[in-house]
Design a protein around this ligand. Structure first.
Ligand SMILES: NC(=O)C1=CN([C@@H]2O[C@H](COP(=O)(O)OP(=O)(O)OC[C@H]3O[C@@H](n4cnc5c(N)ncnc54)[C@H](O)[C@@H]3O)[C@@H](O)[C@H]2O)C=CC1
Ligand SMILES: O=C(O)CCC(=O)C(=O)O
Length: 430
């Protein structure tokens, strides 16, 4: 699947790029990752043995600034997937106008099988191997699937040991006590929520009439569901890696979250007394969740979950991509024809990297913002970016993804031109 994901990502860039009116050389440059580093990480396990884990960091394109993007810990992470994710970061940062290029990293590991100490040694080992390419001015990691602020804290600490200086700007999504930003914890879900608020204004929705299904109940999915629930949207389905639950009357998201914290799985919520008393519900699989008759479907877990195999069964009016790459490119046109509108990942989940940018700015200036400032500035960027994409899509009858990519290509193209094309293509390892 992962090799297919990268080829799919390239095909989409080529297809949209060909009619975006951008210099063909710029589109060609996006076909080639600048650099992908692969490393073996030896980790001393608690039983005294040593295990080796394969790790990646891709700096895809730096036309707009230092490369930026999260680090994923997952048993299926591999080079093509990391490259696809880094390409999407390049486009995402350009869509929301951040002064960053795109990067991404990952380790092929099932973190659920490691102890806390093993996880810490693994994370520190990653930084030792990647220390030559990450830095506050070069490549700035952040959290992604199955990584979190604690891991970012260990990584920053290791980097500071290596460089013998304080360097909070080398990584974002850190604990607040180490220079993290207020508001980074829920920024990805909040950014998606802000996109939905824009849709609400355009369509005059009454939130309590709108049914939402959310696949994935982690950092992105949970906060999106929580904020929508607080506004009165009906969250009718929720899932995690082990399956999901469904109820037409909608769930009280905070109590599902509480049960998930206790049991470690959403499905275990099924028929727990506190939830059963509230609402009748049944268990569903992750595949069934995608096919529910809802107004908004929020895939917030992994890539490639909507493709030719199930596109005919998708009934949602809107797909808001909190996950990176949940829809494969070969169904873009089918969804557009069926008038199933997609708010693409490169816009819908850009709240996370936007607040990461705020964190980096705060670290560099040494001045911490309050939560209201973070959220207000996030709101401005999300609303402006959403409307730029929406207006272009409407005025030229494009899908929102096509419009978002077109805007990104124009911005990247302008920067490439300003660098002086020959130099940019010959040496761009800053
Ligand atoms: N954390 C962030 O700031 C950002 C995350 N994203 C994207 O959002 C998606 C989710 O990331 P996070 O929420 O950060 O990860 P997370 O690690 O906090 O949560 C992942 C969630 O997905 C569930 N999951 C895993 N495998 C699944 C499967 N096969 N089917 C259904 N659910 C499954 C997990 O149980 C968990 O609930 C990813 O695609 C990530 O790249 C995008 C932008 C920023
Ligand atoms: O916060 C960041 O810098 C990057 C988050 C990320 O990996 C993503 O947007 O996919």
């Amino acid at each position: 699947m992962s090799e297919q994901i990268y080829q799919d990502a390239l095909a989409r860039v080529r297809e949209i790029g060909e009619n975006a009116g951008v210099n063909a050389e710029v589109i060609e440059s996006l076909m080639h990752p600048m650099r992908t580093m692969i490393a073996s990480l030896p980790v001393r396990m608690d039983d005294g043995s040593t295990e080796y884990f394969t790790a990646y960091r891709c700096r895809y394109n730096n036309a707009l600034g230092p490369t930026k993007g999260g680090i994923r810990y997952h048993p299926e992470v591999n080079q093509p997937e990391v490259q696809a994710l880094a390409l999407w970061m390049t486009i995402k940062c350009a869509v929301v106008g951040l002064p960053y290029g795109g990067g991404k990293g990952g380790i092929t590991v099932d973190p659920k099988k490691l102890s806390r100490m093993e996880l810490e040694r693994l994370s520190r080992s990653y930084v030792r191997q990647m220390a030559d390419i990450i830095s506050p001015d070069r490549d700035i990691p952040a959290p992604d699937v199955y990584t979190n602020e604690r891991i970012m804290g260990w990584m920053m600490d290791e980097y500071e040991h290596i460089t013998r200086q304080k360097a909070p700007g080398v990584i974002t999504g850190k604990p607040i006590s180490l220079g993290g930003s207020l508001g980074r914890d829920d920024a990805t879900g909040r950014g998606a929520y802000m996109c939905i608020l824009e849709l609400e204004k355009k369509h005059g929705w009454n939130p309590s009439d709108i049914k939402v299904a959310v696949q994935g109940f982690g950092n992105g999915g949970y906060h999106a569901a929580r904020l929508l629930h607080e506004r009165g949207y009906k969250i009718v389905a929720i899932s995690d890696s082990r399956g999901g639950i469904h109820s037409d009357s909608g769930f009280d998201v905070p109590s599902i979250y509480k049960e998930k914290q206790r049991s470690r799985q959403v499905k275990a919520v099924y028929c727990t007394q506190s939830v059963c008393e509230q609402v009748e519900h049944n268990t569903i699989s992750n595949e069934q969740l995608l096919e529910l008759d809802v107004d908004i479907l929020i895939p917030a877990a992994l890539d490639g979950v909507i493709g030719k195999h199930n596109v005919d069964k998708i009934k949602a009016n809107y797909i808001v991509e909190v996950a990176n790459g949940p829809v494969l490119s070969d169904v873009d046109a089918i969804l557009h024809d069926k008038e199933i509108h997609v708010v693409p990942d490169v816009l819908a989940n850009a709240g996370g990297v936007t607040v990461s940018y705020f964190e980096w700015v705060q670290n560099r200036s040494g001045y911490a913002w309050d939560l209201d400032t973070v959220q207000e500035r996030l709101g401005k960027i999300m609303s402006k970016s959403f409307n730029e994409v929406w207006d272009l899509a409407k005025s030229e009858n494009r899908s929102m993804r096509n419009a978002a990519y077109t805007l990104a290509f124009r911005r990247i193209g302008e920067a490439v031109g300003a660098h002086g094309t020959r130099d940019y293509f010959n040496s761009s390892d800053a």
